[in-house]
Design a binder for this molecule. Structure first.
Ligand code: KIV
Ligand code: ZN
Length: 388
């Protein structure tokens, strides 16, 4: 049986850290319900200690969501962890996700703690969190800029304390695929109890490599959980995009060989909901969920797709929740695409000569007008018919 890749969605936590993307409790509940329909395995609903509003949102989501595990982030201290546990109390399945920075830079300049103090705090945090749930995740923040010997010590210790997921964070998007994947592989090889935890990737997109790094963490490093957000929403340049990881793993199952529980037909509805609630538009050429992701404009491509969709489509628009692919009529379109649109519009032309004449008129118009609507085509044909 193939391994399963766990999809951990953090749109409501790390996604919300995107400046200008804050959401109300009701909006978060709507998104959480859509994430449940999408069948994500884990929903990180927020950071309970961050604000009373975040606490209330997590609590409400914990009471409503049944099919996904609900998670709250917490720093590695008793107060944060208690708040997370309190907010998650109504959940059928709950996870506490605790983190502390492990890179020399963060420990010295931000935390002003010695490595020994960080190690001790990480252990105490996981031990404390385990009092509330068996499902505890630990993240070494800024993991990709941390010292490997120190990471080995910290991770081995937190697994001994009962952490069941180790989330290797590329907090500032510094990783490159081969190195990030190799770091995880090395850690798993060097840490004696590493197989007692599921390894997870958490990447940021500062260099545009969040998805590539995540997938390298899976393939090279053997991670079996990906942390991601809808539309790649997230702080600075964003997080790993859920829709891209999911469709890469589905479309290239020959390469990844992993199962997913995701209902891919819910991807576009989730993308539209998050975009509408946050006000963050999705760029038209965004993979999978962009308006042009399944649109064909050139004549050669249109002709190919009309003969066999696989010629220029590696996935089906319908499989990710679009109603259909799109043949966009414009100056690059060919006769075949024009003829097909006439048929769809129920316009029957008497002869090939008439079709050719209407096509010439359409091309002249398309040179002047960047977008051709159905009304334009109807007008072109009517003009052609009147001219005789
Ligand atoms: O980017 C990061 O390091 C995080 C952690 C809290 C996991 O979001
Ligand atoms: Zn993050």
């Amino acid at each position: 049986m193939a391994d399963k890749l766990i999809i951990f969605d953090t749109t409501l936590r790390d996604g919300e850290q995107s400046p200008g993307a804050s959401m109300t409790k009701d909006e978060k509940i709507r998104i959480a319900k859509q994430l449940e329909r999408l069948r994500v395995d884990v929903i990180e609903a927020g950071f309970a200690a961050a604000s009373p509003g975040d606490f209330e949102s997590i609590k409400a989501i914990a009471g409503i969501i049944k099919d996904s595990t609900v998670c709250s982030l917490s720093r590695a201290n008793d107060r944060d962890i208690s708040r997370a546990a309190e907010a998650l109390a109504p959940a059928e399945r709950k996870r506490i996700h605790t983190f502390i920075a492990t890179s020399p830079l963060h420990m010295e300049k931000k935390l002003r703690m010695t490595p020994d103090q960080v190690l001790e705090q990480a252990k105490l945090a996981v031990r404390f969190a385990r009092q509330f749930t068996d499902d505890v995740e630990f993240s070494p923040e800024d993991g990709s800029r941390s010292d490997m010997d120190f990471l080995c010590k910290v991770i081995e210790s937190v697994i001994n304390e009962g952490a069941r997921t180790i989330n290797f964070a590329d907090t500032v998007g510094y990783g490159v695929p081969e190195l990030y994947g190799q770091m995880i592989k090395t850690l798993r090889e060097r840490i004696p109890n590493s197989d007692k935890a599921v390894w997870s990737v958490h990447c940021h997109n500062d260099l545009g490599m969040a998805v590539a790094n995540s997938l390298a963490g899976v393939v090279i490093g053997g991670a079996r959980q990906v942390e991601c957000t809808i539309n790649g929403l997230g702080e600075r340049a964003g997080n790993t995009a859920l829709e891209e990881v999911v469709m890469a793993v589905r479309t290239r199952r020959d390469h990844f060989g992993l199962d997913l529980s995701i209902d891919t037909a819910q991807i576009v509805p989730a993308s539209k909901l998050v975009s509408q609630i946050t006000g963050f538009a999705v760029q038209p050429n965004k993979a999978v969920v962009g308006a042009n992701a399944f649109a064909h404009a050139s004549g050669i491509h249109q002709d190919g797709v009309l003969k066999a969709r696989d010629t220029y489509e590696i996935m089906r628009a319908e499989d990710v929740g679009w109603t259909a692919n799109k043949i966009v009529l414009g100056k690059l379109s060919g006769r075949n695409a024009f003829k097909q649109r006439l048929e769809e519009l129920g316009i029957g032309l008497e002869s090939e000569t008439e079709l050719n004449a209407a096509f010439s008129r359409f091309k002249e118009l398309a040179d002047r007008k960047s977008e051709i609507f159905d009304e334009d085509i109807i007008a072109v044909v009517a003009d052609e018919q009147h001219s005789h």
